[in-house]
Write a protein that binds this ligand. Structure first.
Ligand SMILES: [Zn+2]
Ligand SMILES: [Zn+2]
Length: 238
């Protein structure tokens, strides 16, 4: 049996085993994806224009200066998020992260792929700490990176970055305190090829974690770093 036939067989078995209702709304999903129905996916809302050209955060038409990315390291050129973290998108993030429903990464990555410019990226997921990864069994950012790679044809380098310590929640911190909180949180396992790296994560909350990971990769030899996440937290940060 060829690999694709085997994958189809597994998928058919999964469909048969699942109750046939959407994980996000509980409605019968019929012949569509049994994990996230088309209606729920259509409710995932993209971020509105105008947006910052660098970090992709929506800008106020009244005061169009971005408050998210001015402190980012040179070389961290572009970050994008597919949808707002709300409603069924928040549910999808939660099920992917805590529920073990890793195949939800497929429809999520399809939305992320639309945010990319060019395909020649090395995809690097934001790592969990070894302890958290052991407890959870897998890294949701890696699941998204692998699903994205299957759409774009890019290569995934899941072991390139390591997390030296957890950084906790940082939404209540000032931008300067966030950067200090994540400084030194990441390391590399070897030389990073001198090419464009695309960081992949599930949620962009303050951008500080992505900026710290980007700085680590740039210092290790990456020529430029971008980032893409499925969701972005709102409201705009102070
Ligand atoms: Zn649904
Ligand atoms: Zn910005």
């Amino acid at each position: 049996m060829r690999c694709s036939n085997l994958a189809d067989a597994f998928r058919a078995a999964e469909r048969w085993l699942l109750p046939g209702s959407c994980l996000l709304c509980g409605e019968y999903a019929g012949a569509t994806d049994p994990l996230a129905c088309t209606l729920c996916q259509n409710r995932w809302r993209p971020l509105p224009e105008p947006r910052c050209r660098r970090c992709g955060h929506p800008l106020s038409p009244v005061s169009p200066a971005c408050r998210i990315c001015p402190g980012w390291p040179d070389g961290f050129e572009r970050a994008r998020s597919a949808v707002w973290l709300e409603g069924t998108a928040r549910e999808a993030v939660h099920h992917l992260k805590y529920g073990g429903w890793w195949r939800l990464a497929e429809p999520m990555a399809a939305r992320m792929a639309a945010q990319l410019e060019g395909a020649d990226h090395l995809l690097v997921p934001i790592p969990l700490s070894p302890r958290r990864r052991r407890l959870r069994g897998y890294n949701q950012a890696e699941a998204l990176a692998r699903a994205l790679a299957s759409v774009t044809g890019s290569r995934v380098e899941a072991a390139a970055l390591v997390r030296r310590r957890e950084t906790g929640t940082q939404t209540a911190l000032t931008p300067e305190a966030r950067m200090a909180n994540v400084a030194g949180a990441f390391g590399v396992t070897g030389a990073i090829p001198s090419r464009r790296v695309l960081l992949v994560d599930d949620v962009f909350t303050t951008g500080a974690t992505l900026a710290a990971a980007a700085l680590t990769l740039l210092e290790a030899g990456a020529s430029a770093v971008g980032a893409v996440t499925f969701a972005r937290a709102r409201p705009p940060l102070s």
